[in-house]
Design a protein around this ligand. Structure first.
Ligand code: F6R
Length: 238
């Protein structure tokens, strides 16, 4: 387990993008979290591509999660965030991206299709995850099951209240769909990011506490190739 502590959010974004760039290889399956933390890193990646340092369109992509009931038009949906912050500016061809459709009435089908997308590419090669305020990873909430593959989950109260920052209003979201942590754990390389003083207590639990499903980020402590990328504020309690 490696821990990188940066001076601030800008340096976190730059160094994380540099790390990601090492893994953007033709036909590697990449899984990025949405959320606020990676937004600066996405900008850096797009800038690296415009300087012709990397080719982001050569990889495959799997969307980590989605709010059930939200679609591409909805402010704060993972697909809208990722399209505006990354898939669009990076000009990733549509056929290289698979995301959960949060509007599909058949979530089991969404899970099956994502599992098939992942397994037919030999599993996830690289994943970059954000640590939630409750230690969640994707929508693997505290107490997350050991179930392999993808699943829907009743959202934790913390996730529901934090979610309002993405929507710009109160939305009664109750359920998420996510790639399960077991599939993420099978990735060859895992990066977990956190930024800001608000994350410091859960970062401490994730790195220094017991490895437990109660704090899903802590499950990655034992991964063979995991890096926690933190800015100074998020790392303050380590
Ligand atoms: C988003 C996701 C979430 C976030 C986490 C941190 O796709 O999977 O697990 O990564 O909630 O969110 P931010 O970065 O907004 O603090």
């Amino acid at each position: 387990m490696e821990t990188v502590i940066t001076a601030d959010y800008d340096e976190l974004s730059r160094l994380s993008a540099k790390k990601v760039a090492e893994y953007i290889k033709p036909d590697t399956l990449i899984c990025f979290a949405a959320g606020d933390t990676p937004l600066g890193m996405f900008k850096e990646l797009v800038a690296m591509q415009s300087r012709k340092e990397i080719d982001l369109s050569a990889a495959w992509y799997a969307g980590l999660d989605e709010w059930v009931g939200l679609g591409p038009q909805d402010e704060g949906s993972c697909i809208k965030v990722m399209t505006e912050a990354f898939y669009g500016p990076a000009r990733i061809p549509k056929e290289r991206i698979r995301v959960f459709d949060g509007l599909d009435p058949d979530m089991d089908r969404q899970c099956r299709e994502m599992e098939c997308w992942i397994s037919s590419r030999g599993g996830i090669g690289f994943t970059l995850l954000g640590i939630g305020m409750n230690g969640h990873i994707g929508f693997n909430e505290p107490g997350t099951p050991e179930t392999p593959g993808c699943f829907t989950v009743a959202l934790d109260d913390t996730t529901k209240s934090v979610s309002q920052k993405y929507f710009g209003k109160v939305l009664p979201v109750t359920t998420g769909i996510t790639i399960g942590w077991q599939s993420l754990y099978e990735a060859r390389t895992v990066v977990l990011m956190a930024s800001g003083a608000g994350k410091a207590p859960i970062v401490r639990e994730s790195l220094k506490g017991p490895s437990s499903v109660d704090v899903p980020a802590s499950l990655f402590q034992k991964h063979d190739d995991v890096t926690f990328m933190l800015d100074k504020a998020a790392a303050a309690l380590l």
